[in-house]
Design a protein around this ligand. Structure first.
Ligand code: DX5
Ligand code: ZN
Length: 225
């Protein structure tokens, strides 16, 4: 089994569900609660109907964060902003397959690597088949499988996306598979069984009274057995 397939689960709270007026404190609570990564949702009001944060905010988050930033670009033009988000401190930088396939996707991957990010990811919307990125699997470090339609936190998990993980493994992908959207104590076990390693959770962590408890519970439920 490749090393990454056997790796321990990573819990990545999404700051989309945090109180942005108190962001440093909010980040502190999930870091001391055991978060492995911080998931940062970037939306441009074009690829998705919502607007969130730009590079200066990511740079500020990077200054206070002690864990790696997992930056999920839900934007139409990832090439244009590659350098900005890389310099802002993205450890993982993920773009969507729906905005760049084939040669254009390769150009984005090259730009992300050239800008110095540690890990390059590609995200799949629920309606995008994994075949779309079949020719890129040897060039990326992470596949983010969306288990809701992107744009908002707090939506219901879509179990029908789970077979995408088996497809990726069957086609030789041995990098990290991340699941994003509607992950909570009820849905995490099925993701773990399907082979997911990175668990994004917004409302299930930031909405919990006991955030450390919520993270510990997700970690326990995310272990493959
Ligand atoms: C949705 C975002 C998710 C979102 C997850 O477009 O990509 O990262 O924050 O939030 P929950 O866990 O509440 O579904
Ligand atoms: Zn996300």
């Amino acid at each position: 089994m490749p090393a990454s397939t056997a790796a321990k689960p990573l819990i990545a709270p999404s700051i989309l569900s945090a109180d942005f007026a108190r962001l440093a404190d909010e980040i502190g609570t999930v870091e001391s609660g055991g978060a492995d990564w911080l998931h940062v949702d970037v939306m441009d009001g074009h690829f998705v109907p919502n607007l969130t944060i730009g590079p200066p905010v990511v740079a500020s988050v990077h200054k206070v964060a002690r864990v790696p930033l997992d930056v999920h670009l839900m934007i139409t033009d990832p090439l244009r902003y590659a350098k900005d988000y890389a310099q802002a401190g993205a450890h993982v930088l993920t773009f969507h397959a729906e905005v760049a396939a084939g040669a254009k996707a390769r150009e984005v991957i090259r730009a992300f690597r050239g800008a110095g990010v540690a890990k390059v990811g590609v995200a799949l919307n629920p309606s995008t088949v994994p075949e779309t990125i079949g020719d890129l699997l040897g060039e990326i470090d992470l596949v983010l499988v969306m288990s809701v339609f992107p744009g908002f936190g707090g939506q219901r998990f879509m179990p029908e996306v789970l077979p995408k993980i088996a497809w990726l493994r069957a086609h030789g992908f041995d990098g990290l598979v991340e699941m994003d959207g509607g992950i909570n104590a009820d849905t995490a076990p099925a993701c773990a069984q399907a082979g997911c390693q990175v668990f994004v959770a917004g409302s299930a962590v930031f909405g919990a009274k006991d955030r450390a408890g919520a993270i510990a519970n997700l970690r326990r439920l995310s272990a493959r057995n």
